[in-house]
Design a binder for this molecule. Structure first.
Ligand code: ATP
Ligand code: MG
Length: 252
């Protein structure tokens, strides 16, 4: 299970190297992508204001529509197109498809944004069993109202990995791991140390939902890691139990 972020969908995106390498080596694989910068770019083009609270986008109805169009359309299509061109049997979908992700509204301040409460991974399992590589854009259905909600890609990836019983969850992002107070990457994080780094503000912004998703996945028995797209063998090394970036060990 891979979550790719940052400059999603640009053809030179080296985060996709990890996807290609994993797929080529025959590992069953699900990809979740973000695309915050691309949503921001389109919101700007449309003259809309975007604001963030605790690393999460504040989403009015129009912003939700733009996020869905950009993530589920443009970003997803670009990732799938690049992967197909590189020989990966990718299939794009959003968290709405097949009822994959159900969510509850997070809080009134955040608008059309949800917290994932239920994963139905049946469609993903069918695709993976058929040899496909599902590429999921973050979006979910509100369990009460049936509205489409924006969900954080990191949280979606963590919930899907736990539901699938994935062996490994890897966040490929624009930093080489979680940095401590001294600015150096922390090789191994456990829940206690992660919480204290969150409490003192060392872990903030876009890193918060990643660390939370890693802790959740680790509690569900999944090895989780946060890495930069540094080379094509990082996922293989993680699968082999080696240390890359910041690793959260699965709870026994
Ligand atoms: N302690 C920390 N260590 C490392 N990075 C941190 C830390 N705290 C906050 N960050 C920030 O988290 C960012 C990574 O999250 P970000 O949401 O920007 O990327 P992404 O999730 O990969 O992309 P997207 O949101 O588009 O999917 C880093 O660029 C960094 O600025
Ligand atoms: Mg992010």
């Amino acid at each position: 299970m891979l979550k790719i972020g940052g400059s999603v969908g640009s053809e030179s995106d080296s985060a996709l190297d990890a996807v290609v390498a994993m797929s080529d080596s025959g590992h069953p694989l699900v990809v979740v992508h973000g695309g915050g910068p691309l949503v921001g770019e389109w919101a700007d083009r449309l003259g809309m204001q975007t604001s963030f609270v605790r690393g999460l986008r504040v989403t009015d109805e129009k912003t939700r529509d733009v996020a869905l169009a950009v993530l589920g359309g443009l970003a997803n299509g670009r990732v799938v197109a690049t992967l197909i061109a590189r020989g990966v049997p990718a299939v794009g979908l959003t968290g709405v498809d097949g009822g994959l992700l159900r969510a509850e509204r997070e809080d009134a301040d955040l608008g059309y944004v949800g917290r994932v409460t239920l994963v139905d991974s049946a469609l993903l399992e069918e695709l993976v069993d058929a040899g496909r590589v599902p590429v999921v854009a973050p979006a979910a259905l509100d369990r009460q109202s049936g509205d489409i909600l924006n969900v954080n890609g990191d949280s979606a990836a963590g919930a899907i990995a736990a539901s699938l019983g994935a062996r490994l969850l890897v966040f490929v992002t624009d930093v080489p791991g979680v940095r401590g107070k001294d600015g150096r990457v922390i090789a191994r994080l456990d829940a206690d140390r992660a919480r204290s780094l969150v409490d003192d503000g060392t872990i903030e912004g876009g890193m918060l939902p990643k660390v939370e998703a890693c802790l959740m996945a680790a509690a569900a028995g999944c090895r989780a890691a946060i890495v930069a797209p540094s080379g094509i063998d990082e996922v293989e090394r993680l699968l082999a139990g080696e240390q890359v970036g910041t690793v959260f060990e699965a709870a026994a």
